[in-house]
Design a protein around this ligand. Structure first.
Ligand code: KG4
Ligand code: ZN
Length: 332
């Protein structure tokens, strides 16, 4: 079964063709980063307009690269929640038009489900149950999954998301947007013990809090201009990675599972991938993470999620709506 996936929830216009939920035939990501860089962040209305320009050529490119025609496609998957409404509407409208014209099934996909299923595109043996840490520009969640489409939220952030902390701290350091990849690169040449930044604990829960760390980094940068920026970057990154690894492994132990996945844009972070795997080895927990291109927003993850959750995603059909926010599952 070939599914055409479409993702426009934020600042990437993406279309992909995936066969049987695992085999990527194409995965085109048209990034708008250049456009938003001069504002230091995403301007929603600018994003929507750019999606309108890019959506049809991106879909065409995905079909061409996959060596497919629309007639070869068996279903359309569109990410419809959560995200920037004006941006989501563009992808969903394109998906509806194609589905209606060709009388194809139209499957709705939750953006965070897409991130989790990004792991299914590269790992062949992902058995339930497992714990997934989803860390992106808008979310930092620990999810317990017992089967396809069964999500229980064990932890979330009380304030900023991990990616948001990377982006805001990078801006304070004068490094540009998006901050995650820039800090990741700089940190490789820095000393992660140079500055002792706070690691926040939220009571007895596994919840995250990154706003105190963000404030500490911003204040430090203002007051210590002579400390090498690589050291600040590495020390900040280590503070984030420490709590992400600590709480995720605690969740795995709490649930008695021996598999952990990581997903979302921040999962592309090399220190996070390495340290999660190292800790997993010590504890006998298998850790999987998609390659960086499948961590950040892309449409192949939408097609994969749709394949494994087909009937559920099909319920609304052409009446599919878009939602700015919607939890992936119930809080445990
Ligand atoms: O999942 P994503 O592409 O979009 C959202 O759903 O938000 O995640 C984007 C976030 C941004 O905050 C970006 O700075 C961060 O992921 N990011 C990274 C890295 N690559 C992207 N953070 C740390 N290290 C990276 N290598
Ligand atoms: Zn995302």
């Amino acid at each position: 079964m070939k599914i055409l996936g479409i993702e426009t929830s934020c600042d990437e216009t993406s279309a992909a063709v995936v066969e049987d939920g695992r085999k990527i035939l194409s995965n085109i990501v048209a990034s708008q980063i250049d456009l938003h860089q001069k504002y230091g962040g995403i301007v929603p209305e600018v994003a929507s307009r750019k999606h309108v320009e890019l959506i049809l050529p991106t879909i065409q490119e995905a079909l061409d690269t996959a060596g497919c025609k629309l007639a070869d496609i068996d279903a359309i998957a569109a990410i419809n929640r959560p995200g920037l409404i004006g941006a989501l509407i563009v992808g969903v409208a394109a998906a509806k038009a194609i589905a209606y014209t060709l009388n194809l099934p139209l499957v709705a996909v939750h953006h965070l489900a897409g991130h989790i299923y990004g792991n299914f595109l590269t790992e062949v043996e992902l058995e339930f149950p497992f714990i997934c840490l989803i860390v992106s520009g808008g979310h930092s969640d620990i999810v317990y999954m017992t089967g396809h489409g069964e999500y229980r939220i064990l932890a979330r952030t009380r304030d900023d998301a991990a990616g948001e902390a990377f982006d805001k701290c990078a801006r304070a350091m004068g490094l540009g947007y998006p901050g995650g990849p820039i800090i990741d690169k700089l940190a490789q040449d820095g000393n992660s013990d140079a500055v002792k930044f706070p690691r926040a604990k939220v009571g007895d829960s596994l919840d995250f809090s990154f706003s105190g760390l963000k404030t500490a980094v911003i204040r430090f940068v203002q007051q210590n201009e002579t400390v090498p920026i690589e050291d600040v970057a590495a020390s900040f990154q280590q503070a984030v990675v420490d709590v992400l690894v600590e709480n995720t492994m605690k969740a795995a132990k709490m649930k008695g599972v021996n598999r952990v996945l990581i997903a979302g844009g921040v999962a592309a972070n090399r220190a996070l991938q390495r340290q999660m795997k190292e800790r997993g080895e010590l504890l006998g927990i298998a850790v999987s993470a998609p390659p960086p291109k499948l961590c950040t927003d892309n449409a192949a993850m939408a097609a994969a999620a749709a394949y494994f959750n087909f009937d559920e995603g099909l319920k609304d059909g052409l009446r599919m709506d878009t939602f700015a926010s919607e939890p992936l599952g119930a809080r445990e």
